[in-house]
Design a protein around this ligand. Structure first.
Ligand code: ATP
Length: 218
């Protein structure tokens, strides 16, 4: 039996702002499959997305506040420190070099990100360096739009978590995490309208948002 606590995961995103839809599925996933650590990497200038509303420093600070009492998570600032786009493929290549060839690594994405994953820079190379673990998100199918991408998915799919621990990379696991109908977009819109967001993100993050006047109208 392999060490079921050795698997490290990496979780990238804009986190504009970080919310429970990011944190809760991953905490549940960690219990379900035995994750020792989740490294949160906020993006710098995400290539496929409009620019974030909060600055890099503010997005980083909000992640720090969100994970302050959660030892599962650690923050990694490497993408924020670059002035080039955040290519996940390159970050994972770098992390693989640091971890050595044998250590199991996993990259976590939500179901929506799986659907556009084939449009990511050098997406095929990502599985050379890490497994892909997909958390559920309401409102998105679990099938790829194009047949060649569905074949790619099926070729890498595993339902056996043992494979995630015994192999360093290369598998896709569709996790059975509960749905959290939360997005940063919804939170920004609610804040702009002055609507409450208490159940959507950690209190310390919400306080930071109010203190710094983030996501306000005008
Ligand atoms: P936005 O609304 O600004 O597009 P977002 O809420 O989707 O942002 P991101 O920072 O872009 O958040 O997402 C980072 C990662 O978190 C992605 O892999 C995304 O799929 C995942 N994610 C975000 N919200 C959820 C959610 N509610 N459930 C599951 N995964 C989620």
């Amino acid at each position: 039996m392999d060490d079921m606590t050795s698997l490290q995961a990496i979780y990238g995103g804009t986190f504009d702002p970080v919310h429970y839809g990011h944190l809760k599925p991953v905490e549940i996933l960690a219990n379900q499959i035995g994750l020792s650590k989740v490294i949160i990497i906020p993006n710098n200038v995400p290539p496929h997305r409009p620019q974030p509303e909060a600055s890099s420093e503010q997005r980083k600070r909000m992640v720090e506040l969100a994970i302050a009492d959660k030892p599962l998570f650690v923050l990694d600032e490497r993408e924020l420190k670059r002035d080039t786009p955040s290519w996940t493929a390159l970050t994972l290549k770098e992390m693989r070099e640091e971890a050595g060839a044998q250590k199991p690594l996993a990259f976590i994405i939500g179901q929506d990100s799986l659907l556009n994953f084939p449009s990511w820079h050098q997406y095929e190379t990502i599985l050379d360096n890490a497994h892909l673990i997909v958390t559920r998100r309401p409102g998105y199918p679990l099938e790829m739009a194009e047949e060649q991408h569905q074949r790619w998915l099926e070729n890498h799919l595993t339902w056996d978590i043992e494979n995630l621990h015994s192999q360093p990379a290369g598998k896709i696991y569709l996790a059975e995490t509960p749905w959290f109908d939360i997005s940063a977009t919804i939170i920004r819109e609610r804040l702009e309208k002055g609507e409450p967001c208490d159940d959507l993100l950690p209190e310390a993050v919400l306080e930071y948002i109010h203190q710094h006047g983030l996501y306000q109208a005008g």
